[in-house]
Write a protein that binds this ligand. Structure first.
Ligand code: DGJ
Length: 774
C-alpha cells in the first residue's frame, strides 16, 4: 500500500519505491509537513522542534504553551494569518477585507487511482497507456477555515513505481458570502534545515532554460513569470539539492508545475535556517472571487526525490512520457520533418512548398511543415494574424490542393498557426477590436507588431477555433505547430460583466485572475483541437521555447526548444532542458550554416548529433545542399529511425556540464564548468545491453592532458563493443581509434575510467558511438 493513514497517531505516510513523504496532524489540528526524502519507515512526528521562540506567535487555543508556533513549525500548506510570517501558500480575503484564515484538519480519504481535477486544467493521467491503470493511489485531505467556512482540499497521488508524487489544491467556498483567493499555491515543501542549492533554468529569447545553481542563504529567492506564459526567462521546473549534490550523489528534490501561465516558485531560508520551497500561480496582481458554492482549482505540481541529478531526471522523464503526454504521439515515433521557416521565411508560394516536398522526400524526410505566411495578408510579421483563411492568391492554389500535392509526393503535411494573436492590420481586428486585450484610453504595448486575443472569453476562443478548424479541415494536417509570439502586458477584458461582477470593484479586470482565465481558454482551445484532429501531432512553440512546461506537454507532446538553431548553443539549451524534460519533448532541427542566429558554421554531422537527441527534423532549403550533404542527410535519417527507441526510451545520462561537480554559482552562460572542451551525453537501454554515446567538441587546444568521458548506467562485469555510428571528421590519431574500436571493454572500465576524448581535427566536431553488450 503506497498510502498509510495512521488515525491514532495522526500520521499520513506516502511511499514510492525509493522515497517517503510524511505529514502529521498536530494536537491543534494543523497539518504539518514531517518528511520528504529517501524511503523511510516510522514516524517523524516526535522529532518536531517545539521551543518558545520570541516574536513567533502561538495559536489562541494553545493558551500558555509558547512552544507551538506556525512561524517555526513545518507546514503542509501555510495559511496567511495563522502566525506564519514566511511565504504563505494560501491567502484568503473575506468580504469585510480581512485576510486571516486558520486551516484545521477535518478528514482524510484514500482511494485507488488518480484524483480528478475540475475546471479544465491539464493534469497527469490516471493511465499508463490507453486504458491501462497506472497503479496510482490518491489521498484527499480536507482542511477547513471555520471563520469563512472555506474548505481546502489537498490532493495527493502516489506513482509508486515512477517514484513521483503529484499534488493539487482545490478551494471551495462553503460559506454564504463571496471570498477572494489572493494566493493559492500548488505545493510547498518545508525542511528543518538550510544548506540547499536551488537549481533553476533561466534565460531569454534564444537562450532558454540555462542551468543556474545558487546557494540559498537567509531570505527568499524567487523565480517566475508574469508574462502570461511560463516564459523564456524562467521555467516552472526547479530542483532543490544538498550542497554536495552531483549527477550521482546528494539529495535532490524536483518540482514542476503542470501549468503554462504566470507562476512563482520560491525558496526561503527562515530565521532558524529552515527551508521552504513553494510553487504555484503568480501571486502579484492575483485575486480570484469565489462565490458561495464555487470552487477553484490550483495547477497540479509534480514532485520527485532522487539521489543525484541523473536519477531524478530519469524519474521526471519516465513520468512525463507515461503520464503527461497524451494521444497517438505519446508512444508513436515522431516523424522526421522539414520546416519551411529558416529555408523560406515568408517568401514562398504553393509551387515552392511542393518543390520543398519533392526535395524533402528525396532526402528521406517524412513530413513537410509550411510555417508562418500561408493565411490572410501575411508576407511579413506586420499583418494578417487572426485571419485564418488560406491566402490562395499567394499560394496559387487552395490549401486542400497543396496538402494533397504534398501527400501525393509521399510526405505528410504540417502547418503553422498562432491562434492567440491578432494583427491590428487584419479583418478580425477591424471587425472585433474588442477581442484584443487593450486598456481603454491607453495605446497598447506592441510586440512583434501584434496584440493578444482575449482567450479568457469563450466567444473569442469559439471564433478562432471555428475559423481555424474550418480551414484546417480542408487540409487534414498530420502536424500542427502552434506558436505564440509575444508576452502579455495589458490584460483588460472587454467582456460584459457577469452577474456579481463589475469593472469598478477590480474583480473582473484583476490581471492575475484574467490571465489564469486566458490560460484556461488556451487549454480549452487545445482540447478542442485534439478532439477535432485526434491523429494530428501538435507541436508547441512560443517564439521557440517560451512556453516549455508540463501544462503544454499534456497537449503538445513536443515543443520547439528555441529559435536558436546553432548546434553549439543548443548543447547548452538541451543540457538545461534535460534535467526536467524527456528528449521526446524537445523539438530539434538541423539548420543551414552559417547559422542564421549566430553566424557560426559547424559540420553537418555535428548539427545532426545535437538534433538527434530530440524530436528530429530539418529547417533549411534542401536546394542549397551539395550531393555529399544530401547523402549525409539520408544517412542521418536512417540513424534516427534505427536508434529511435534507444534514444527516446532509454535512460538519459549527462556526461559533461556543471552538474558533474558540486560548486554553486560561477558557471559560464553555457552552464559548463571546469573543462569547456566537450559536451557528452549517453542513453542506455533499460536492459543495459546497448547505449548510444554522443560527443561534441567545443574547443581545441595544443598538447592537452588526456581527458576521459566516464560513462554511466552500464552493467558491471559485462563486456561491451564500441562501434562508430556517425562522425564529423576522421580521428586525428588512427591508433586511438583502433584501440577503442577493436577491443571489448567491461562496463566497469567504461564507467571507472571512461573513453578518451578523441582528438578530432578542429572545433565543433562530433562523434556518435554505439555500445553493444557482447
Ligand atoms: C517563431 C517560431 O519559433 C519560429 O520557428 C517561426 O515559426 C516563427 N515564429 C514564425 O513567425
Amino acid at each position: 500500500m503506497a498510502i498509510i493513514y495512521d488515525r491514532e497517531q495522526g500520521l499520513l505516510t506516502l511511499h514510492t519505491l525509493h522515497s517517503t513523504y510524511q505529514m502529521g496532524i498536530s494536537s491543534y489540528g494543523h497539518l504539518l509537513h514531517l518528511y520528504y526524502g529517501r524511503r523511510a519507515e516510522g514516524s517523524f512526528l516526535p522529532l518536531l522542534s517545539l521551543r518558545d521562540r520570541g516574536f513567533s506567535g502561538n495559536p489562541y487555543d494553545a493558551g500558555n504553551d509558547r512552544s507551538y508556533s506556525a512561524d517555526t513549525l513545518p507546514q503542509e500548506l501555510s495559511a496567511f494569518g495563522n502566525g506564519d510570517y514566511r511565504h504563505s501558500g494560501f491567502r484568503l480575503r473575506t468580504a469585510d477585507g480581512a485576510c486571516g484564515s486558520d486551516l484545521r484538519f477535518e478528514e482524510a480519504r484514500r482511494y485507488p487511482g488518480k484524483y480528478r481535477l475540475p475546471g479544465g486544467l491539464p493534469a497527469a493521467d490516471a493511465f499508463r497507456t490507453e486504458g491501462e491503470e497506472s497503479g496510482a493511489e490518491s489521498l484527499e485531505l480536507r482542511l477547513r477555515d471555520s471563520r469563512s467556512g472555506t474548505l481546502v482540499r489537498l490532493l495527493y497521488a502516489v506513482y509508486e513505481e515512477e517514484d513521483i508524487l503529484t499534488r493539487a489544491v482545490i478551494v471551495e467556498n462553503a460559506g454564504a458570502e463571496p471570498v477572494w483567493i489572493e494566493q493559492a499555491d500548488s505545493a510547498a515543501l518545508d525542511f528543518p534545515r538550510g544548506h540547499f542549492d536551488l537549481v533553476h533554468f533561466s534565460g531569454s529569447y534564444g537562450n532558454e532554460r540555462l542551468y543556474h545553481r545558487e546557494r540559498l542563504s537567509a531570505g527568499e529567492k524567487s523565480i517566475g513569470s508574469s508574462r502570461g506564459a511560463s516564459s523564456h526567462q524562467h521555467n516552472p521546473f526547479v530542483m532543490l539539492c544538498t550542497a554536495d549534490s552531483t549527477e550521482d550523489s546528494g539529495e535532490v528534490y524536483g518540482l514542476a508545475l503542470v501549468y503554462s501561465g504566470n507562476f512563482r516558485i520560491s525558496a526561503e531560508v527562515d530565521q532558524l535556517g529552515q527551508t521552504r520551497l513553494s510553487a504555484g500561480m503568480m501571486d502579484t496582481h492575483f485575486s480570484w472571487r469565489l462565490g458561495s458554492g464555487e470552487q477553484f482549482c490550483c495547477p497540479e505540481a509534480v514532485l520527485g526525490f532522487g539521489e543525484g541529478f541523473a536519477v531524478l531526471s530519469q524519474r521526471f522523464h519516465r513520468f512525463t512520457s507515461r503520464h503527461i503526454l497524451h494521444g497517438t504521439f505519446m508512444k508513436a515515433r515522431r516523424p522526421v520533418l522539414l520546416n519551411s521557416w529558416e529555408g523560406c521565411y515568408f517568401d514562398f508560394d504553393g509551387t515552392r512548398i511542393l518543390r520543398l516536398a519533392e526535395e524533402a522526400k528525396e532526402l528521406g524526410i517524412e513530413l513537410l511543415v509550411m510555417d508562418d505566411g500561408w493565411f490572410g495578408k501575411r508576407d511579413n510579421d506586420l499583418s494578417g494574424l487572426g485571419d485564418w483563411q488560406c491566402n490562395t492568391k499567394k499560394l496559387g492554389m487552395p490549401l486542400g490542393v497543396l496538402a494533397e500535392g504534398i501527400r501525393e509526393r509521399g510526405l505528410r503535411f504540417g502547418i503553422w498557426i498562432e491562434p492567440e494573436m491578432v494583427s491590428e492590420d487584419s479583418a478580425l481586428f477591424r471587425e472585433h477590436p474588442d477581442y484584443a486585450f487593450r486598456i481603454p484610453g491607453k495605446e497598447p504595448i506592441r510586440s512583434r507588431m501584434q496584440l493578444v486575443l482575449d482567450f479568457s472569453r469563450q466567444e473569442v476562443v469559439d471564433r478562432i477555433f471555428r475559423d481555424l478548424s474550418e480551414t484546417l479541415r480542408e487540409a487534414k494536417p498530420d502536424y500542427i505547430k502552434m506558436d505564440m509570439n509575444r508576452s502579455i502586458m495589458e490584460a483588460y477584458t472587454h467582456a460584459q460583466p457577469a452577474a456579481g461582477e463589475s469593472c469598478a470593484d477590480g474583480t473582473m479586470q484583476n490581471r492575475g485572475a484574467l490571465l489564469h482565465r486566458y490560460m484556461l481558454g488556451v487549454y480549452d482551445f487545445l482540447r478542442r483541437m485534439q478532439a477535432a484532429f485526434p491523429e494530428t501531432l501538435i507541436e508547441g512553440c512560443c517564439g521557440g521555447g517560451g512556453r516549455f512546461d508540463l501544462g503544454m506537454l499534456y497537449f503538445t507532446p513536443q515543443i520547439w526548444l528555441s529559435d536558436n538553431t546553432d548546434a553549439i548553443e543548443r548543447l547548452s539549451l538541451q543540457y538545461g532542458a534535460s534535467f526536467g524534460y524527456p528528449i521526446s519533448a524537445v523539438g530539434a532541427h538541423v539548420s543551414a550554416v552559417p547559422n542564421h542566429q549566430t553566424g557560426r558554421s559547424t559540420p553537418l554531422a555535428t548539427r545532426a548529433v545535437a538534433a538527434l537527441s530530440g524530436s528530429f527534423g530539418y529547417e533549411l532549403d534542401p536546394a542549397a545542399l551539395s550531393p555529399g550533404e544530401r547523402a549525409e542527410i539520408r544517412q542521418q535519417i536512417e540513424i534516427y529511425k534505427r536508434y529511435y527507441v534507444l534514444l527516446h526510451e532509454g535512460d538519459y545520462y549527462r556526461l559533461s556540464g556543471a552538474a558533474m561537480g558540486c560548486a554553486a554559482a560561477g558557471f559560464g552562460a553555457d552552464g559548463n564548468m571546469g573543462s569547456d572542451s566537450f559536451s557528452a551525453w549517453l542513453t542506455v537501454s533499460s536492459d543495459q545491453t546497448e547505449a548510444l554515446l554522443s560527443v561534441v567538441t567545443r574547443t581545441q587546444h595544443c598538447n592537452t592532458p588526456a581527458e576521459y568521458i566516464r560513462l554511466r548506467g552500464l552493467r558491471r562485469g559485462r563486456e561491451y563493443r564500441i562501434a562508430p555510428v556517425m562522425q564529423s571528421a576522421e580521428w586525428y590519431l588512427p591508433k586511438e581509434k583502433e584501440a577503442l574500436l577493436f577491443h571489448r571493454f567491461t562496463g566497469d572500465v567504461l564507467m571507472e575510467r571512461g573513453i578518451p576524448l578523441p582528438l578530432l581535427p578542429g572545433e565543433y566536431q562530433s562523434l556518435l558511438l554505439h555500445l553493444r553488450e557482447v
